[in-house]
Design a binder for this molecule. Structure first.
Ligand code: PBG
Length: 333
């Protein structure tokens, strides 16, 4: 078949690329600061706070500084924050993770009292709280599904009771969305949303995060529960299962390596909002190349974010959120 126009010299797609004004009116995808969510690492002990060496510009902040961050997020126009906590102590069952006076609940309260309008999302997982660094409670070397699901429900309830708008389970345990929804509803926390990390490939790009959150597994890896990066049909099944289980929103990660999945999930009928997570390794790659002068940081960041939006993301979790928000504002002017 000969496509009509393909041989017709009168069709010239570059006419609309000629000037910034023409390009602007035909632009299909726009980023806005409100689409962006900034992950933050909060340390219970001030001594654990400080810069993350593999993530230039990112620091673990002490609990006492959380309230100072709220107005910064607000004035940047960034949509929300995703809170990760590093507790003062770890153990074998992650008990402190569901303590309402633990690091994350206290960070949520500090943030919400400084600014109730910024959306606060909490990561719901056990890896930061367990000595072995895996995302589930283990018994004699075997992961214990029912204890893990019960613990995830308790953690989510503690976060929700402290004022989190959204809880985001990242443990990749089958049944976690349902267990969390039940735990929330049984405590009258019906309004707390669940944003499931439905599609989470077992990715090398989470490396720097594990330094930041002090959550590297002490043995083995996470391939027994995170998705094989080779699989997209399975990824779609994960997404559909979490939708059926009542997830209010889905997260898909890592960002750039899973644009095809993002686009497939985005095309599902009746789907909830979906977010892409530009993870720590993607951040580190751009930073490292930019520091060497090999790529231009600002354009690489904006291009990577617009690609995720173009692929179907309604919002994007990114460590670049504050810088990107400022750059987006300058572009609009
Ligand atoms: C696990 C969790 C991870 C990330 C978010 N939640 C790490 C992992 O699965 O090993 C990674 C995020 C990033 O790399 O930025 N609780």
């Amino acid at each position: 078949m000969i496509l009509q126009g393909a041989t017709d010299a009168s069709v010239r797609l570059d006419r609309f690329r000629r000037t910034p004004g023409l390009r602007r009116i035909v632009r299909e995808t726009r980023l806005s600061a409100a689409d962006l969510i900034l992950p933050i690492f909060v340390s219970e002990r001030a001594i654990d706070a400080g810069p993350v060496s593999s993530m230039p510009g990112v620091s673990r902040i002490p609990l006492a500084d959380v309230k100072r961050l709220a107005p910064v997020i607000r004035s940047a126009g960034v949509g929300g924050v995703l809170i990760f906590g590093t507790p003062a102590a770890k153990d074998e069952i992650g008990g402190v993770a569901s303590d309402v006076d633990g690091v994350v609940p206290r960070a949520v309260r500090a943030f919400k009292s400084a600014d109730p309008d910024v959306v606060v999302i909490t990561d719901v997982c056990l890896c930061q709280y367990l000595t072995h660094g895996h995302c589930a409670i283990a018994d004699n070397g075997e992961f214990d599904r029912s204890r893990t699901l019960a613990a995830l429900g308790e953690i989510a309830a503690a976060h929700g009771a402290s004022g989190a708008d959204i809880v985001a389970p990242s443990a990749m345990r089958d049944g976690q969305v349902r267990a969390i929804r039940r735990a929330l509803d049984s405590r009258d926390l019906m309004d707390v949303s669940v944003m499931s990390y439905a599609v989470k490939h077992a990715s090398a790009f989470y490396g720097p995060f594990r330094e930041a959150a002090d959550s590297a597994p002490a043995f083995g890896d996470r391939r027994s529960h995170q998705l094989d990066p080779a699989n997209s049909r399975e990824a779609l099944r994960e997404a559909m299962r979490d939708i059926r289980d009542g997830a209010d929103a889905l997260l898909i990660k890592p960002g750039m390596p899973t644009l095809d999945v993002l686009s497939a999930v985005g095309a599902l009928p009746d789907r909830p909002p979906i977010g892409a997570y530009q993870v720590s390794g993607e951040f580190a790659m751009i930073k490292a190349a930019a520091e060497r002068g090999w790529i231009d940081e600002r354009s690489a960041v904006l291009e990577s974010l617009v690609a995720m939006k173009r692929a179907g993301a309604d919002f994007i979790v990114t460590y670049f959120a504050l810088d990107a928000a400022a750059w987006i504002r300058e572009e609009i002017r």
